[in-house]
Design a protein around this ligand. Structure first.
Ligand code: CA
Length: 285
């Protein structure tokens, strides 16, 4: 009788190891292809820049626009979320954020000219706290960049999301004071979607609080969401901050938010993001 090369149990171990090795290799190759694609997108500037208007819900006028940069959809990045999630795992966060900032101002300047809008139109730019903390960024580099495009710090609001954690709020508040002294303003994005956003609101004293869409969706139907929004609205009124409700998709939501005295809103029910600076106004009866 022949002796088997490996006991049965070892054969199974070898099979599992081979399967694991195969999948790990596939994952690694996918990451390499995505990384290469990311660098290609930066090099060729193939992000598309969209502008979504923010409406004054009380007066029906346009406050300004949020700038949104979206990648080309491909099998490597089937949606915008997977693209930004991947960047978070790479060493390219800082390089990409700087690239996005430059691209946003360049495209905004072109869009303002195209739409014949006032040069001082307010613009909301998503930015990573790490970028604001960087010494090059602080030493006037952003102001020089803005000046190149005929823009000014007074029209720029930096949106900080709680997903990009700030660890030392005291130190970061000092950094923000520096930007404020130059004329920039701050918004806390996705407010109410987690503990950190509340901490950021209290510690960083933003000029704008952007209510997360999970609080806004169907707000006219859900008392729990209404309570949270009322609390934030009271806090905003006491601290001289304005609230922007994000992700508004229904006219009933607009009606409720107006009734509550929420100043600003953004979402598909008002206007979808577009590559041009669309006019927006709502007539309230
Ligand atoms: Ca945002």
């Amino acid at each position: 009788m022949k002796t088997p090369l490996l006991p049965a149990s070892d054969k199974s171990g070898l099979y599992h190891y081979t399967t694991y090795f195969y999948h790990a290799t596939q994952q690694y190759l996918l990451s390499c292809r995505r990384y290469y694609e990311l660098q290609k997108i930066i090099r060729t500037q193939t992000l598309t820049t969209f502008f979504q208007p923010i409406l004054n819900l009380q007066e029906g006028s346009c406050l300004g626009y949020e700038v949104l940069n979206r990648p080309p959809i491909s099998s490597l990045f089937p949606d915008t979320e997977s693209f930004y999630e991947f960047i978070g795992y790479t060493d390219q966060v800082f390089a990409f954020e700087c690239f996005c900032r430059d691209l946003s101002f360049k495209r905004l300047s072109a869009a303002l000219n195209e739409a014949e809008k006032p040069k001082d139109t307010v613009v909301f730019v998503n930015i990573h706290p790490q970028v604001l903390s960087d010494s090059n960024y602080r030493s006037g580099e952003t102001i020089q960049l803005l000046a190149r495009y005929g823009l000014s710090p007074q029209q720029v609001v930096f949106e900080l999301t709680e997903k990009q954690a700030v660890h030392d709020y005291v130190a970061f508040e000092r950094i923000l004071s520096h930007y404020r002294s130059q004329g920039f303003r701050i918004a806390i994005d996705d407010a109410g979607s987690g503990y950190n956003s509340l901490k950021a609101i209290v510690s960083l004293k933003p000029e704008f609080i952007k209510l997360d869409k999970s609080l806004v969706r169907h707000i006219h139907l859900y008392p729990n969401q209404q309570h949270v929004v009322k609390l934030l609205q009271e806090f905003a009124a006491d601290s001289g901050t304005y609230i922007i409700a994000e992700g508004i998709e229904e006219m009933e939501e607009i009606a409720f938010l107006r009734e509550e005295g929420i100043q600003y809103g953004q979402g598909y029910a008002i206007k979808k993001p577009a590559t041009e600076l669309a006019d927006v106004s709502l007539l309230f009866s």
